[in-house]
Design a protein around this ligand. Structure first.
Ligand code: FE2
Length: 347
C-alpha cells in the first residue's frame, strides 16, 4: 500500500490569519505567505519539523469552507495522506467501497466531515498552494528544524478521532480495507461510570497513526459524548505532536500563555510505585504536570493543552517518546484515580 505519511492536516477556520498567528506565537510554526484562490478562499501553510498544516477560510458565507465552520467551528476538514502513488491509492480505496468526494483532488469521505485526501509525497498538485518548505525563506528554516530537531515540535505522532457509539468496528474495517492500515492496539477504558472503546490503526510505513475512540453508550455519558454533541458528529478530537524535549516545549509554550491541563499531586505521589524510575525526574514532571506511561519498549511523556476552541472540542497533545510505542491510555485511569484519592483525602 502506498500511503506513507500525513503530508498535511487541512483545517477550515473562521479566520486563517488569526489561527496562523496563534500557532506561530504559541508553538513556533513557520507560516508561508497567504494565498488566495479563484473561489475566494484564503489559505496559509504552516510547518515545523515534518509537520505541515494548511489553514483555509472563506469570506463568502455560502462557500463549503464557511459551511464547515458553521457546522463544527474551526476543525480538521481533511487529512492529506502522502502516497507513493496517489492515483493507485484512490483506485484501491474506491474498489474497497470508499465514497469519492472529488476525484481530481483525490478526496474520499473519511470520518464525519473529515475527509481523506490522497496526495503525492512532495510535489504540490495544480490547485495546491506551495507548502512552507517550498516558500521563499521558509525552506532553510524548516530544513534546519528537521535536521537538528531544533524546533519545539518534530512530527505528527497521531491523530485522535471520536466516533459515535457503535461506529468503531466499521471505522476500523474502513481503515483496514480502504487505506490498508492495521489495527495495532485495542483497549476498553473504564473510568468510574464512564467507558470508551479505542482502537489504534496504523499505516504499514508506521508513520500514519489514527486513534479511533467511541463511547460505550451503555454507560454514563462522558467526554467523548460531549465532543460528539458539541462538534456535531465524528471528527478529529486532538492532534498529538511529538517533541524531543517535552520539558522545554511545555516551559516555552507556557511562558507564552499556552495553558495545559493540570494534574493532581496525588498522581505524581503514586508515580514511582506505579512505574519505578522515570527518564525525566518526577519533580520536573510534577512541576510541569507532564504525565508518564510505559510499555515493553520504554516510556512516554505526554501533556494535553487546554482546549482553546469555543466549543471545547479539539485540542493539542505534546508527546515525547523514549522507546514507548503506545498511547498513554493508562494515564486516563491513573488520573481518574488520583482525583478520586484527592477528593477522598479532602473529605
Ligand atoms: Fe493522544
Amino acid at each position: 500500500m502506498s500511503i506513507q505519511t500525513i503530508a498535511r492536516v487541512e483545517f477550515h477556520c473562521a479566520d486563517a490569519d488569526k489561527t496562523a498567528a496563534e500557532l506561530h506565537a504559541d508553538y513556533d510554526f513557520t507560516a508561508a505567505p497567504p494565498t488566495t484562490s479563484a473561489d475566494g478562499t484564503r489559505s496559509i501553510d504552516l510547518g515545523q519539523g515534518s509537520i505541515r498544516l494548511r489553514l483555509t477560510s472563506a469570506a463568502d458565507p455560502g462557500h463549503p469552507v464557511s459551511a464547515y465552520v458553521a457546522r463544527h467551528g474551526d476543525g480538521v476538514a481533511a487529512l492529506a495522506l502522502g502516497c507513493t502513488d496517489p492515483k493507485a491509492a484512490l483506485e484501491r480505496a474506491e474498489r474497497h467501497g470508499a465514497r469519492v468526494l472529488d476525484r481530481e483532488a483525490g478526496l474520499i469521505a473519511g470520518f464525519g466531515d473529515t475527509a481523506l485526501r490522497f496526495t503525492s509525497m512532495h510535489t504540490p498538485g495544480p490547485d495546491e498552494a506551495p507548502g512552507p518548505d517550498e516558500a521563499p525563506g521558509a525552506d532553510e528554516a524548516a530544513g534546519a528544524d528537521e535536521a537538528a530537531g531544533a524546533g519545539l515540535l518534530d512530527a505528527l505522532d497521531h491523530v485522535a478521532i471520536c466516533l459515535p457509539g457503535g461506529e468503531l468496528a466499521d471505522a476500523v474495517r474502513f481503515c483496514e480495507a480502504v487505506l490498508g492500515f492495521h489495527a495495532i492496539f485495542e483497549e476498553y477504558i473504564e473510568v468510574g461510570e464512564q467507558a470508551m472503546d479505542s482502537t489504534v490503526v496504523q499505516s504499514a510505513s508506521g508513520l500514519v497513526t489514527f486513534t479511533l475512540i467511541e463511547p460505550d453508550t451503555a454507560r454514563r455519558p462522558g467526554q467523548i459524548d460531549e465532543f460528539l454533541s458539541a462538534h456535531g458528529g465524528a471528527g478529529v478530537q486532538h492532534l498529538a505532536f511529538s517533541t524531543h524535549d517535552i520539558a522545554t516545549a511545555v516551559r516555552t509554550a507556557r511562558s507564552r500563555g499556552v495553558e495545559f491541563l493540570t494534574t493532581p499531586g496525588a498522581y505524581f505521589d503514586a508515580l514511582t510505585e506505579r512505574l519505578g524510575r522515570t527518564a525525566i525526574p518526577v519533580e520536573t514532571l510534577r512541576d510541569l504536570h507532564v504525565l508518564v506511561d510505559q510499555d515493553h519498549g520504554g516510556q512516554l511523556f505526554q501533556i494535553f493543552a487546554r482546549s482553546t476552541h469555543p466549543r471545547r472540542t479539539s485540542f493539542l497533545e505534546l508527546i515525547e517518546r523514549q522507546g514507548a510505542g503506545t498511547f498513554g491510555t493508562a494515564n486516563i485511569k491513573a488520573l481518574y484515580e488520583a482525583v478520586e484519592r484527592q477528593t477522598a483525602a479532602a473529605r
